[in-house]
Write a protein of this length. Structure first.
Length: 298
């Protein structure tokens, strides 16, 4: 049995930290209200009460303590130091492949983001680099995140879920002109903060099937992406197994699994992210809503 259903990583209110210093260390805990969308609650400045766990990482969460805390600021479920390289799968939804007028791939398309691309939920912004602003080509991609619980190498599809800790949400922020100028996608998707994730991670055992999950992307209040995970071309077990062949995926590895149809670059008229925009990624079953405001680097 898992020790948690869902967890958040957060900075507690100073009165809850016991330090009195105003510089609290991050804590790990489970929201007391199982129905609360912690991303929306944080955005709306509503209190989020958490049962604090003994560990300091979602990968080694420890056990629930008697201590309660109120969230001051939500953080990415994992720190940059924990994730290593972020593994990414491109073109992995049937209807997204169709909107791109591309054939359904036979083999997963893989690219990587550095750990410095990891970003926090609101109030942390997504900052578009000044080097790319002239292109006016920034785009969103709502994605499901898979987090590994232990080192994985040469695992089979049948055993792959044994290596999965749980699931959260991400926005794979991309600069499309830079992306299509190169055969490799990493440069256009790897700037600082280009992979915000959160707000909560749900344990793999808290859902009956990955295909039951729903994902949506909302730009400035308008839903632009919506899909079930049953539209995936390559399943989560397939992805984990494929990435682990010949390569060790350390515990804490973050895998983003592709985006559904509805990206802005292919919309008519075309939509690009700009200063003042807000993008939300919603994943069902307790993950909640990842929210980030868009800022342009000055």
């Amino acid at each position: 049995m898992s020790s948690f259903t869902r967890l958040v990583r957060f900075i507690p209110r100073d009165s809850d930290s016991g330090s009195g210093s105003g510089s609290s260390e991050p804590l790990i805990g489970e929201p007391v209200d199982p129905a609360l969308d912690v991303g929306l609650a944080s955005y709306e400045n509503k209190p989020i009460e958490v049962s604090v766990f003994s560990g300091r990482s979602v990968v080694n969460a420890g056990s629930k303590t008697d201590r309660k805390a109120i969230v001051e600021r939500l953080l990415s479920p994992l720190a940059q130091s924990e994730v290593g390289t972020i593994r990414c799968i491109g073109l992995n939804y049937v209807y997204h492949a169709k909107e791109c007028n591309m054939a359904i791939p036979d083999t997963p398309t893989v690219f990587m983001k550095p750990s410095t691309a990891l970003g926090d939920p609101h109030p942390a912004p997504t900052i578009l680099p000044k080097a790319f602003l002239k292109d006016d080509a920034a785009d969103y991609e709502a994605e499901l995140v898979v987090v590994l619980s232990k080192d994985a190498k040469n695992v089979s599809e049948a055993d792959a879920l044994d290596y999965v800790l749980g699931y959260t949400a991400a926005n794979d922020v991309s600069s499309r002109i830079a992306q299509f100028q190169q055969s490799q996608w990493s440069y256009s998707k790897s700037f600082d903060g280009a992979c915000p994730i959160g707000p909560a991670i749900i344990h793999r055992d808290s859902i009956k099937s990955i295909s039951d999950l729903k994902i949506a992307g909302v730009l400035n209040g308008k839903e632009v992406q919506s899909s079930g995970l049953d539209d995936l071309i390559f399943s989560v077990p397939k992805i984990v197994s494929f990435l682990s062949q010949g390569s060790t995926l350390p515990a804490g590895t973050v895998i983003i699994t592709g985006t559904p149809a509805g990206v802005g670059w292919l919309a008519e008229p075309r939509v690009t992210l700009k200063e003042g925009d807000e993008f939300r990624v919603f994943v069902s079953h307790g993950v909640g809503t990842l929210i980030n405001k868009i800022e342009e680097e000055k």
